[in-house]
Design a protein around this ligand. Structure first.
Ligand SMILES: [Cu+2]
Length: 285
């Protein structure tokens, strides 16, 4: 009994101690790495600060790229929380320049990490390249820096981005977001849809619908049950639905894009005579 009391007493003291030390550390971030698991793709060094760019992927790739940005003060090595950054990706082609769809940059759950995404429509090549202009505040001064970035074709060679003209003569960019790790299950599916207003301006397209018809061309073009079409979410600005994958292998996710009136802007039904839509994503797992 004495031993038991001792154990309880020890436990109590230990617990209280942990609780106290937690309180004391409330305003100090200890042992939390806000960019844990991400690859640092770039470090753009300026005189008194450094801009860091992180991604879940090891390269910037054609398609949807979710990026995290931090700005480090070189004097005290602290990351700033009042930078209010904006960005503009730009591709310099032989005969013209254009931007690509990009979200705003927002503070994440950590106030020193700014998150957003860019959809690159094209990869760089020997004569054509991308750069990224960043505007932000550092110590009360407005900064603007432009740096070269490298955009590659994804290694798997699968189509996850579609740039096309709809039956309404509008240019659209549709990019696959999720599932990044597909499973034999009913997967949450996400995509982003932008239209090309001009070379520099790509507004989010709201309230359209993307019909989903996944097929396995290698297996009699069979489908899967319980898919849910992608519907626009005004809060997140993503299109969300469900993607049913009944086995591993190569899947062609046939798509149809419908405007708010239900007019088909791009894509066709899959039938015996028509094995695939002209609008699609590809997955292999
Ligand atoms: Cu281009």
């Amino acid at each position: 009994m004495k031993t038991l009391k001792y154990i309880f007493a020890t436990l109590f003291v230990t617990t209280s101690f942990i609780a106290c030390s937690d309180d004391a550390d409330d305003n100090v971030v200890v042992d939390i790495n806000p960019v844990e698991g991400l690859y640092k793709l770039y470090e753009f060094s300026e005189t008194d600060h450094v801009v860091e760019i992180y991604s879940e992927k090891q390269n910037l790739e054609v398609g949807y790229n979710e990026l995290s940005i931090r700005i480090k003060d070189k004097v005290d090595n602290n990351y700033v929380s009042n930078a209010s950054p904006t960005w503009m990706p730009m591709m310099h082609m032989e005969n013209m320049s254009h931007s690509g769809p990009h979200s705003t940059l927002l503070n994440s759950e950590y106030n020193t990490v700014y998150k957003g995404h860019i959809v690159f429509q094209m990869a760089e090549n020997e004569t054509e390249y991308w750069d990224l202009k960043l505007n932000y505040n550092f110590k009360g001064e407005a900064k603007s820096v432009t740096n070269r970035i490298h955009v590659k074709q994804p290694n798997d060679g699968l189509k996850k981005t579609q740039v096309f003209t709809g039956s309404d003569e509008v240019r659209y960019v549709l990019a696959f977001v999720n599932p990044t790790n597909p499973e034999v299950a009913l997967n949450d599916m996400q995509a982003v849809l932008y239209k090309m207003q001009d070379m520099m301006t790509f507004p989010v397209v709201e309230n359209y619908k993307i019909v989903v018809d996944p097929r396995m061309p290698g297996m009699g073009n069979h489908s899967s049950p319980n898919n849910q079409d992608l519907i626009y979410n005004a809060a997140t600005k993503y299109y969300n639905g469900k993607l049913s994958l009944t086995m591993t292998g190569y899947w062609k996710i046939n798509l149809k894009l419908l405007n708010e009136n239900g007019d088909i802007l791009k894509g066709e039904d899959v039938t015996d005579d028509n094995p695939s839509s002209s609008l699609f994503f590809e997955l292999e797992f």
